[in-house]
Design a protein around this ligand. Structure first.
Ligand code: SAM
Ligand code: SF4
Length: 317
C-alpha cells in the first residue's frame, strides 16, 4: 500500500556532499518552473486523497524554500494527513526549528555524518559544522515528536566515528540511523569501496556497546530496522538500501519540485502534475492521475533494467 510521499521542494542546496551533488553542474531550475506553495499544497492534498498518510519534505535543501514554515502549515492542515516530516542538512534549523514545530511539523531528520569539523567539511564542502550542531540542539529543544540523525558511513572517510555517532543515542532522545552509502550518480560512483554495510556496522557497534536489542518500527512503516543500546534514551536504526532488498515492502512514492512523480527511486518520472495543476484540474482529476502512477509502481525495483543514474539532490533521497 502506498501511503508515504517524499516531496522534494527544491533542487538547490547550500552543501556540496561528496555522495550527492552531481558532478556536472546543469544549472538550477527557474523559479517559474518550481511548484509554488499553493500548487504544492493542492498536489499534496490530492496525494492524501489517494491514500498518502505521511509526507516528508526533502530536496535539495528543503529549508531553502521561501517561507517553509508557511508551506508546512498549509500541508499540515490537509484533512487525513497523519504525519508531516522533513529531512534537512540542519544548517538553517537554529532559526527555523521552532517555527517549523509551531507550523505542525511532527518529525525532523538531520543528515550528519561526522562529529569532527574537518571531516564534516570534507564530506559536505561546508564550514557550517557549528551551525548544524546548534541546529540539532534547536531541534531537540523544539519538541518534535521525533528527531533522527541520518548518518552515512564511508570507509576511509568517517568510519572511525561509528561508535561516537552511535553513542549519541545513549544520552539523547535521538534516533541515530545508519543509511548505507549508495553509489547512484557519477560523483558517488567515484567513491570506490566506500560502502560500509549494515552487517559491518552492527558488528562494530555490538563490539563496543554489547548486543543491540530490537526496538520496533516507525509510525508509518519504512525500511529502517530499529534497535536500542542498554539504558539508551534513543534508538539506533539501519537502512540497508544497498545490501538488502526491501522493494517488496516499499510504501513510498516521490514527487520532485516541478511536479514529476517517481513511483520508485530507481524509476524515471512516469507521470507529472504541473500542467494539470496550472491548467486548473480538479482534485478528482489530480487523484486519478496520481493513482495511475501508483499502479505502475510494481514494475520498478532497485535492480530493474531501468535503474541507473539518479540524482538524490533533485529527487530527495
Ligand atoms: N538536503 C537534505 C539532507 O541532506 O538531509 C535533504 C535531501 S538529501 C538528498 C536526503 C537524504 O539522501 C540525506 O539523508 C542524504 O544523506 C541521502 N543521500 C544522498 N545521497 C546518498 C547516497 N549516495 N547514498 C545514500 N544516501 C544518500
Ligand atoms: Fe545537499 Fe542534502 Fe545532497 Fe548534501 S545530501 S548535497 S545537503 S541535498
Amino acid at each position: 500500500m502506498i501511503n508515504y510521499l517524499r516531496l522534494s521542494l527544491t533542487d538547490r542546496c547550500n552543501f556540496n556532499c561528496i555522495y550527492c551533488t552531481p558532478l556536472e553542474k546543469s544549472g538550477h531550475l527557474s523559479h517559474q518552473e518550481l511548484l509554488r506553495h499553493e500548487e504544492l499544497a493542492r498536489a499534496a492534498a490530492a496525494f492524501v486523497r489517494a491514500g498518502v498518510r505521511k509526507i516528508r519534505l526533502t530536496g535539495g535543501e528543503p529549508l531553502l524554500k521561501k517561507n517553509i514554515a508557511g508551506l508546512a502549515r498549509m500541508l499540515k492542515a490537509i484533512p487525513g494527513l497523519k504525519e508531516l516530516a522533513l529531512t534537512t542538512n540542519g544548517v538553517l534549523l537554529p532559526e527555523l526549528a521552532r517555527p517549523l514545530r509551531a507550523a505542525g511539523v511532527d518529525a525532523v531528520n538531520i543528515s550528519l555524518n561526522s562529529l569532527k569539523k574537518d571531516v564534516f567539511k570534507k564530506i559536505t564542502g561546508s564550514n557550517s559544522f557549528d551551525k548544524v550542531q546548534a541546529g540539532l540542539r534547536a531541534a531537540l529543544r523544539a519538541g518534535f515528536k521525533s528527531v533522527k540523525l541520518n548518518v552515512i558511513i564511508m570507509r576511509g572517510i568517517n568510519d572511525g566515528e561509528i561508535e561516537d555517532l552511535a553513542r549519541l543515542s545513549l544520552k539523547h532522545p535521538l534516533d541515530v540511523r545508519f543509511i548505507e552509502f549508495f553509489p547512484v550518480n557519477k560523483r558517488s560512483s567515484r567513491l570506490k569501496g566506500a560502502l560500509f554495510t549494515t552487517a559491518e556496522l552492527k558488528a562494530r557497534i555490538e563490539a563496543a556497546f554489547g548486543k543491540l536489542r530490537p526496538a520496533g518500527g516507525g509510525r508509518i512503516g519504512g525500511p529502517a530496522c530499529n534497535f536500542k543500546l542498554k539504558g539508551a534514551k534513543g534508538r539506533i536504526g539501519f537502512i540497508s538500501g544497498c545490501s538488502d532488498d526491501f522493494c517488496g515492502d516499499c510504501n513510498r512514492i516521490r514527487m520532485d519540485c516541478v511536479g514529476r512523480i517517481y513511483p520508485c527511486l530507481f524509476s524515471p518520472p512516469t507521470h507529472a502534475l504541473r500542467d494539470l495543476l496550472r491548467g486548473g484540474a480538479s482534485e478528482a482529476g489530480l487523484v486519478r492521475h496520481i493513482k495511475k502512477a501508483f499502479l505502475v509502481k510494481s514494475k520498478y525495483r532497485k535492480d530493474s533494467p531501468t535503474a541507473g543514474h539518479i540524482e538524490m539532490s533533485s529527487i530527495g533521497g
